[in-house]
Design a binder for this molecule. Structure first.
Ligand SMILES: NC(=O)c1ccc[n+]([C@@H]2O[C@H](COP(=O)([O-])OP(=O)(O)OC[C@H]3O[C@@H](n4cnc5c(N)ncnc54)[C@H](O)[C@@H]3O)[C@@H](O)[C@H]2O)c1
Length: 346
């Protein structure tokens, strides 16, 4: 297939681009290169004739029309977004603009392209979203695809709005869409402002390792390369108009997660004292969702997909990758806001 991947220079998008090219597809990688995007994430494939890069904003309709006409993709995988909850608390405007207006602009450009191409049945608009649209769980229960939406942060509200637009474009205009809502990703190329890289890099720097609140918030961790594998399956085999929840089957409290990372580092890069001694509890994020958990039976039963790694295996690979790729993360640490406390609601 020829895939147009938006946000292909970001964390998950670049994993999709690398995986798609390794699997024999060709990719048009459309990315604005915001603070979160980096072409070093796709260096492994950027010399390949199967990879074309287009620097563009998903809110720029003329650019989208030009890129679609020039490359004529078989499917669009839409990942470009503002993605950091803490930044959405400090500055929601960019989230409304990119996640809502940007998705609307993508849908309209895709609809025009699909219509002018004779409405091919095989075309897909695959919208990549988050489990955060479902809100926060108590100690029991899991999110299914039918869980009512209940977003609670500017980020998750903007993603929920984009999901609604994608469903509406299917119902109203017949655009062949598929949606996925995934849990928290982690792995290689994870931008250094997100929890797992922050823990690794603060630990290595001998700095306090910040944990919000009591560290009892629970997330279901999904290894990014497993996620990329699931996304390529859904874009090819998913049923039109349907959404699929993608989880890692790996629930952990933030405190347990951080302790696991510290233990892996103690083993791989021993310091003078156990890294867990650097753990410091800090003021919680306002409106911090307590628990997310994915009920993964639809994608497992209909498409035969399951995650391939446990949390321990995925964390071990991730820590090793950060130890081996210091040049990559050092280059990103000077970017705007990275390393600072964001989203404290002050
Ligand atoms: N990271 C997670 O754990 C997670 C979980 C669930 C869902 N998601 C969703 O997956 C997608 C990718 O997330 P990520 O973690 O890779 O994000 P990311 O922040 O690492 O990457 C986003 C990419 O989008 C690009 N971008 C931002 N605004 C743009 C614009 N206006 N036009 C074009 N490109 C733009 C950025 O340059 C960057 O390369 C997002 O839609 C996000 O909501 C992420």
């Amino acid at each position: 297939m020829k895939l147009l991947v938006t946000g292909g220079a970001g964390f998950i998008g670049s994993a999709v681009v690398r995986h798609a090219i390794r699997s024999g597809h060709s990719v048009v990688n459309l990315d604005k290169l915001t603070y979160a995007g980096s072409l070093s994430n796709v260096a492994e494939v950027s010399g390949s004739p199967a990879h074309a890069f287009e620097q563009a904003d998903i809110c720029d309709r003329a650019a989208l029309d030009r890129i679609l006409a020039a490359h004529r993709p078989d499917a669009i995988m839409h990942l470009a977004a503002e993605s950091h909850v803490d930044r959405s608390i400090d500055g929601p405007a960019a989230f409304i603009e990119t996640n809502i207006t940007g998705t609307y602009t993508m849908l309209e450009a895709a609809r025009a392209y699909w219509t002018h191409s004779g409405k091919p049945a095989a075309f897909r608009f695959h919208h990549i979203s988050t489990d955060e649209v479902f809100g926060s769980l108590g100690p029991k229960g899991k999110f299914t695809e039918d869980t009512p939406y209940d977003p609670r942060s500017p980020y998750s509200a903007s993603k929920a709005a984009s999901d609604h637009l994608v469903r509406a474009w299917h119902e109203t205009y017949g655009l062949p869409v598929v949606l996925t809502n995934c849990s928290n990703n982690y792995g290689p190329y994870h931008f250094p402002e997100k929890l797992i890289p922050v823990v690794i890099l603060k630990a290595l720097a001998g700095a306090p390792i910040p944990i919000y609140g009591k560290g009892d918030n629970i997330r279901d961790w999904l290894y990014v390369e497993d996620h990329a594998d699931a996304l390529l399956l859904v874009v090819q085999k998913g049923t039109v108009g349907r959404s699929y929840n993608i989880g890692g089957e790996n629930e952990a409290t933030n405190l347990d997660l951080v302790r696991k990372i510290c233990a892996i580092l103690d083993d791989k890069r021993p310091g003078n004292a156990p890294y867990a001694e650097q753990i410091t509890f800090v003021t919680d994020r306002p409106g911090h969702d307590q628990r997310y958990a994915i009920e993964p039976s639809r994608i497992r039963n209909e498409l035969g997909w399951r995650p391939s790694v446990t949390l321990d295996e995925g964390l071990e690979k991730t820590v090793q990758w950060f130890l081996d790729n210091e040049d990559w993360w050092r280059a990103l640490q000077s970017r705007d806001g990275v390393g600072q406390r964001l989203g404290s609601g002050g």
